[in-house]
Design a protein. Structure first.
Length: 404
């Protein structure tokens, strides 16, 4: 990012962010500039993690000659939406193509939903810990994001009564990620039922991000929010970024559910919003059914990698008592509970500077206290193992120092 003097020009308050580099980002740039090794435990881009992609099949899908014809359907072309319906049929859900809107990303999908539901200053309740991108998306749409805490006790749980206390006259929706990023837990069925009841009582919508749905750990099963019944107006978001590990192809969607007449009005209003932008390009729409059909190959590789890295993590941690791993049910991340000897940022900075291990301090995802590190399970196994060994040696050394 370019460095410049403070401008006197008047910009929108919604873009009044602190754009200064953090100490952690600066240390990462300096280490890479010095050609020092970096063990990246923040990896979230599967295209950079050594997986095999069938290049010919992926790229050939973009050569459909029908893409030369412009079909400005605000919901997206029918074959693409039918493919999304088929994807959900594999998850036990019946989803009509008429309930689906194609978008270029889940970020754009959030934008559509926020614009549909909220006037400036309205509120959306969002689970914490969670991915910080939501803060930016909400701010750009003049929506106030109100956090509600999930808590850990032999697994992650939702406190419905505490959530109820967050609801005000400006609340328009409750948002959650299923499974959550980065905690990797699924919303339990009884929690879903309680959420739908709460939304129905207060005329709120439920926004559910399911991008990691296809990555459960062995022995874990969970139901998509697309499966009926839907007692509240519900919007389920997902896309190829995770499902087919193709973030660069910019293909996602909204699936809408709920009781009539609210659902019909929501679909009609969403159609106007989508028609205003018509953002998804034709080649990607025509390729989407093919990419969805090919998803199992890359998903199998990713699941194998994350499962193996989690096994290695547990094996190394079993030889010490300072660090514990929280339970994880799905996704690409693991949470470490660490001794609160210093702030999470200070520990992460020292690990990077002294050992080349790059990971996220807990506050990045909204953890409320010190003593948390978040690491990706997506990277190459050899590098991952080396990283965890360095982390455990680092904390053993800190303990020895504190006892001397």
């Amino acid at each position: 990012m370019l460095q410049m003097n403070q401008s006197k020009f008047r910009f929108s308050k919604r873009t009044n962010w602190n754009l200064e580099e953090t100490d952690l980002t600066r240390a990462l740039h300096e280490r890479r500039a010095a050609n020092l090794p970096v063990y990246d435990l923040t990896a979230s881009n599967p295209t950079q993690c050594g997986f095999y992609y069938d290049e010919q099949a992926i790229l050939n899908a973009l050569q459909n000659p029908e893409a030369l014809s412009y079909d400005p359907n605000p919901r997206g072309i029918l074959p693409a939406r039918q493919a999304v319906s088929g994807y959900y049929a594999n998850h036990g859900a019946t989803v009509s193509p008429e309930q689906i809107f194609l978008t270029t990303s889940t970020s754009e999908a959030y934008n559509y939903i926020f614009r549909l539901l909220c006037d400036p200053g309205d509120e959306v309740l969002s689970a914490q810990p969670s991915y910080p991108l939501f803060d930016f998306l909400a701010a750009l749409d003049d929506v106030r994001l109100i956090p509600y805490q999930i808590f850990y006790d032999h697994g992650w749980h939702l406190d419905i009564e505490a959530l109820r206390q967050k609801i005000t006259s400006r609340t328009r929706a409750i948002a959650l990620v299923h499974p959550n990023n980065p905690t990797g837990h699924f919303t339990k069925l009884h929690e879903r039922q309680a959420l739908e009841t709460l939304c129905a009582e207060h005329d709120l919508a439920l926004i559910v991000d399911e991008v990691f749905l296809d990555y459960p750990m062995p022995g874990i099963t969970a139901q998509s929010f697309t499966v009926a019944p839907h007692n509240a107006l519900t919007f389920v978001l997902s896309g190829l970024s995770k499902i087919a590990a193709l973030p660069q192809m910019k293909a996602a969607w909204i699936a809408a559910f709920g009781p009539e007449p609210s659902l019909l009005e929501a679909l009609n209003r969403l159609e106007v919003i989508a028609d205003t932008f018509l953002s998804m390009n034709a080649p990607v729409q025509h390729a989407l059914p093919i990419w969805l059909a090919q998803r199992e190959n890359i998903q199998r590789q990713i699941r194998k990698r994350t499962e193996e890295n989690l096994r290695i993590l547990d094996e190394i941690l079993s030889g010490q008592t300072l660090i514990t791993r929280l339970e994880v049910e799905a996704g690409w991340y693991a949470i470490l509970r660490i001794p609160a000897l210093r702030s999470d940022e200070e520990l992460a900075l020292e690990l990077l500077k002294e050992h080349g291990v790059h990971l996220h301090p807990g506050y990045f995802f909204g953890f409320p206290q010190t003593g948390w590190l978040v690491l990706s399970l997506l990277g190459p196994t050899a590098d991952f193992q080396q990283s965890i060994e360095l982390i455990t040696r680092y904390f053993n050394h800190l303990q020895d120092e504190s006892q001397s």
